[in-house]
Design a protein around this ligand. Structure first.
Ligand SMILES: CC(C)(COP(=O)(O)OP(=O)(O)OC[C@H]1O[C@@H](n2cnc3c(N)ncnc32)[C@H](O)[C@@H]1OP(=O)(O)O)[C@@H](O)C(=O)NCCC(=O)NCCS
Length: 417
């Protein structure tokens, strides 16, 4: 008999957590406290599992998220996580069944998009998701970067701010406000709850995540207001015993003004003893490499797709964002799941954008997964046309869409979930 796919009860939740561990190759069992803590924060109506003979063999959960779109508004997103199928039950359609149930519920709730971070690229396109943001990580060879060894903090020419060391409690207090300001200026940023800030500052971190206390610093603008923060850890490497060769790994860095962002990078790359800086996952167009006198000192160690977006409500999603140019385009969206397909006229004028069903003939035809990849402005329409994934039905439509949809700076999702 095929396993039953359904939501999970509180009694079944520990078995569900055990199955998550099996799917993610984590054999160590979570403690009872961790299970109880997670259960208390979880909306069980959004936790699904597959049960075979009373045993959980597949897991899936979603939660409410706000996603910043182009222009700074947010849309309600169905954030998907904890997706596993136990190896004994793989490739029998369990993921497809759980996904169908979750996306239908999200559509019913009126969420504009679904989001996730994919463990492997080939899994989610079939469900209508497209890679909407990318991430890059750099490793900086500090002695080669050419920074002035006499740097003593931000200069008057660079805004005249200053950097102060901080502690976890200060970060928990200041972080949410800074993050809200970041979200307002960067498409791709997703909401963080209070628990996110606790975990990032060492409060009740599960033992298997192996917490080590990092260093915290904030940037204060010339007027005294905090407008950036950095959290970094360091190792203890004295090379042959006579030379410090320490590495700093940035866990997070937020600058809500370009001056704060530049100053915080400069700070991390100027700490005595530090000869290597690992940037953590940044936007592919982060300021970091180009603010170094020798950008080749920054070696890319990761370049990967990051936040995947699945549009559930074309009208709501497209009207929430802004556009860089006027446009009048009919988009024919194919969606094999029957959730968001149809023909829509996107009309962008100085008075705003509307996106509504139409019977006019299509200018561009695309699958909903391509719409997801284009949604936050990162992917190029022309590139998708050249790949054969977007069909240009009216000459000039691709160029017009390109001008309207793209953004100057690339979207960035700083978090993993
Ligand atoms: C990814 C995973 C959840 C897939 O579960 P599953 O139940 O085997 O998937 P399904 O049987 O529903 O597969 C549906 C389709 O996706 C395909 N598919 C599933 N996983 C795939 C993968 N990793 N790579 C390529 N195709 C995949 C299947 O072949 C099937 O294709 P078809 O419709 O053409 O026949 C499971 O392999 C797993 O738990 N992996 C380890 C944990 C993980 O990576 N989780 C995802 C975290 S984001």
């Amino acid at each position: 008999m095929s396993p039953e796919v359904r939501t999970v009860t509180a009694t079944e939740y520990p078995d569900w957590m055990r199955a998550v561990g099996t799917g993610f190759l984590r054999a160590a069992k979570p403690s009872e406290e961790e299970i109880a803590g997670r259960l208390a924060r979880t909306d069980l109506s959004r936790v699904r599992g597959a049960f075979d003979g009373g045993r959980c063999v597949a897991t899936f959960r979603s939660f409410a998220q706000e996603l910043t779109v182009v222009g700074g508004a947010t849309v309600r997103a169905d954030a998907i996580s904890g997706v596993t199928v136990t190896p004994t039950h793989r490739r029998r359609g369990l993921l497809s069944r759980m996904m169908a149930a979750d996306l239908a519920a999200a559509k019913e709730r009126g969420e504009a998009v679904a989001t996730l971070i994919a463990a492997e690229y080939p899994i989610y396109g079939r469900y209508g998701f497209g890679p909407a943001t990318w991430t890059a990580e750099w490793e900086i060879d500090v002695p080669r970067a050419g920074l002035d060894p006499r740097w003593a903090g931000p200069s008057a020419a660079d805004g005249g701010g200053r950097i102060e060391m901080a502690d976890g409690a200060e970060i928990r207090k200041l972080g949410p406000g800074l993050h809200a300001r970041l979200a307002a200026r960067r498409p791709g940023v997703i909401s963080r709850d209070e628990r996110w800030w606790e975990r990032g500052t060492g409060v009740d971190v599960p033992a298997h995540e192996g917490w080590t206390e990092p260093f915290y610093a904030v940037h204060r603008a010339a007027d005294g207001e905090v407008d950036g923060l950095v959290v970094y850890s360091t190792d203890d490497n004295w090379g042959d015993g006579k030379q410090p060769l320490n590495k700093a790994t940035v866990r997070q860095l937020i600058g809500v003004t370009p001056a704060a962002e530049r100053a915080l990078w400069h700070f991390v790359c100027s700490i005595d003893w530090i000869t290597t800086v690992r940037s953590g996952y940044r936007a592919p167009d982060d300021l970091l490499p180009l603010l170094l006198p020798d950008p080749r000192a920054a070696r890319i160690v990761t370049l990967a797709d990051w936040l995947w977006v699945r549009v559930l409500d074309v009208t709501r999603a497209m009207e929430a964002r802004t556009y860089a140019a006027e446009a009048d385009l009919v988009l024919e969206i194919h969606d094999s799941a029957g959730l968001a397909g149809g023909r829509f006229r996107l009309d962008v004028s100085p008075s705003g954008a509307s996106c509504a069903p139409t019977t006019r003939s299509a200018d561009l035809t695309l699958d909903v997964r391509e719409l997801g990849a284009l949604y936050l402005g990162d992917e190029s329409v022309r590139r998708l046309v050249d790949l054969g994934r977007v069909e240009e039905n009216r000459p000039g439509a691709a160029d017009s869409a390109e001008l309207a949809l793209r953004t100057g700076r690339r979207p960035w999702c700083p978090d993993v979930f």
